[in-house]
Design a protein around this ligand. Structure first.
Ligand code: FAD
Length: 520
């Protein structure tokens, strides 16, 4: 239809390409893969693999659609760093030889109809996508299915494809992990069609622009692209050649099997015993890439098993690889919680009995916590790590979250929101799960009476105080145990704040409040 073609230049490109390269498309004129915000990869991506296979079977082009939706970012409290990371990763994808069509659409409620129109214009026979489990995203997809159903025919293949995808997603990651990679690397460059569109990925999105200095800092910590994600995985898996230092990347050497000699152990090898060490760089730092789907959990598990020389999935707490896979399972666990109990993502505690817990309203304390000025060095180091790197060590998150909710008795939802704003790995399910764990309101939480003593945590997890000295410059020159709890005179001299509350008193207050729910 010429009128339609003229109205929409991308369609013109597509139709030309189809005419040039496809003689008689048997069903429709293209297959669409809808790449979601948490799926920014072409490797080990099941929906994309199926879309690609379908397109090749039918002899039609594959279109990779990405819909940028600023309103979605706001709705999920996503921060500018996370959005910038999405755009940088999209930019990398747009440089591959694949037919990416990236487009902005707002408001979010119009997305189903908008996508449906695109599919019709393109005469798509099928659309594939990985499921997003959050409530609004599921509603969006149901709305699209409904439009397709009501409008007729074209979408029944889409609906038929949906069910097996859901079944697949529900089956255990761990079992799937040992199966071979489904689509690496065929779709990196579409064998027949290459680029169809001349799309430009925007440099920034209104309301989410980063200051150039911040963009540079965050980019240097978290380079974009699948290759960067796989490099990060390799960094974690390979045998170290020298002791790792905070923030340093070891050169990698040979690396089969978990080394017995601790000095030669990979980060993964050390993970079993040292994962809680804030002063050692022993975790994978893959969360930004996993949260944005730049690497799949399957690929991580598969490679971890391969370098450990394991033929079966290991979830034993006694090996580095087993311990690490257990953590990845937490991610899936929290995704299941959000899918099965959507109320948790709408501000409700999983344990309803805590809905009326009495919280303090104290903007001054909240602000001091956000800025890392609580006067408790380990909390401040953790918060400042988040503010500078857009990432925080897991133990730091637990300590900082428990301090906000138990010592300051400030509502976990305020902390949850702030983490989403500053963390580049901000993920609704894991963040909510972590906060509800710390606030003892979650599905499998820390018992309310087991409150972290931040000073003891500091001595255990930042043994020599190096983590504190790195992120709290006021204390950079303090040696010995004072770094964990500077005496008032020293703190005053160094311009470091005194503690906002007394930990012992705060602990008693928290236990009293949790025990006596509903008491005013
Ligand atoms: P590794 O220790 O190398 O673990 C590998 C992967 O397993 C991680 O990348 C992550 O995808 C997953 N994982 C590990 N621990 C957990 C966990 N406790 N819960 C869920 N998944 C886990 N993680 C996020 O990805 N996004 C968040 O927004 C987030 N918010 C959190 C908030 C709080 C209060 C807490 C206590 C935890 C939160 N976590 C979050 C979980 C965890 O802190 C991070 O996943 C981890 O610190 C990332 O570092 P890593 O990649 O080096 O992890």
């Amino acid at each position: 239809n010429a009128a339609k073609v003229d109205a929409s230049p991308p369609v013109l490109h597509l139709v030309e390409a189809v005419q040039r390269k496809v003689k008689k498309p048997p069903q429709g004129e293209c297959v669409v893969y809808w790449m979601r915000m948490e799926d920014l990869r072409v490797r080990d991506n099941r929906a994309l693999a199926q879309a690609s296979a379908q397109a090749q079977r039918d002899g039609v082009p594959l279109i990779v659609l990405h819909v940028l939706s600023p309103q979605d970012y706001i709705a999920h409290d996503r921060g500018a760093r996370r959005i910038d990371f999405v755009l940088r990763n999209l930019q990398v994808i747009s440089e591959l030889d694949i037919p990416l069509y990236a487009v902005s659409r707002t408001p979010r409620t119009t997305i189903p109809a908008f996508v449906y129109d695109l599919l019709q214009q393109w005469k798509a026979s099928h659309m594939f996508a990985n499921i997003e489990y959050e409530v609004d995203e599921l509603r969006r997809d149901i709305a699209l299915c409904k439009i397709a159903n009501e409008t007729g025919k074209v979408y029944s293949p889409f609906l038929r494809s949906w069910k097996p995808l859901l079944d697949q997603a529900n089956s255990s990651h761990l079992e799937e992990a040992v199966s071979p990679a489904p689509n690496d690397p065929a779709v990196r460059s579409h064998p027949e069609y290459g680029k169809l569109f001349d799309v430009e990925v925007p440099y920034e999105v209104d309301g989410f622009a980063l200051h150039p200095e911040e963009r540079e800092r965050i980019t240097s910590c978290w380079p974009a692209g699948e290759d960067a994600a796989h490099e990060m995985l390799r960094r974690f898996l390979k045998t170290a050649t020298r002791a790792s230092q905070l923030g340093a990347v070891d050169p990698v050497s040979d690396g089969a099997k978990e080394a017995k000699d601790p000095a030669r152990q990979s980060r993964m090898g050390k993970y079993k015993d040292q994962r809680d060490r804030l002063d050692a760089d022993t975790t994978s730092r893959l969360s930004p890439y996993l949260a944005a789907g730049i690497i799949s959990a399957r690929a991580c598990i598969r490679e971890a098993l391969a370098v450990s020389g394991k033929t079966k999935v290991d979830t034993s707490p006694d090996t580095g690889v087993g311990r690490w896979i257990q953590e990845i399972a937490w991610r899936d666990f929290y995704n299941h919680i959000v899918a099965l109990f959507p109320r948790v993502s709408m501000g409700r505690p999983f344990q309803e009995k805590y809905a009326n817990l009495r919280w303090e309203t104290n903007d001054e304390h909240l602000q001091a916590w956000k800025e890392g000025r609580t006067g408790v060095p380990i909390v401040d180091a953790a918060m400042r790590q988040a503010n500078t790197m857009g990432w925080m060590h897991n133990r730091g998150r637990m300590i900082a979250a428990m301090y906000l909710t138990k010592d300051l008795m400030i509502d976990w939802r305020l902390g949850e929101k702030y983490f989403m704003e500053v963390l580049i790995d901000g993920d609704l399910a894991s963040n909510n799960g972590g906060w509800q764990w710390s606030a003892s309101t979650g599905v499998d939480p820390a018992p309310y009476f087991r409150i972290f003593n931040p000073y003891t945590q500091s001595q255990k997890c930042d043994v020599g105080g190096e983590y504190i000295r790195t992120f709290v410059p006021e204390l950079a020159k303090v040696r010995g145990p004072d770094v964990h709890k500077p005496p008032p005179g020293l703190a005053d001299k160094l311009g470091y704040p005194r503690p906002l509350v007394n930990h012992e008193e705060a602990r008693k207050r928290a236990i009293h409040r949790y025990k006596n729910i509903g008491e005013v």
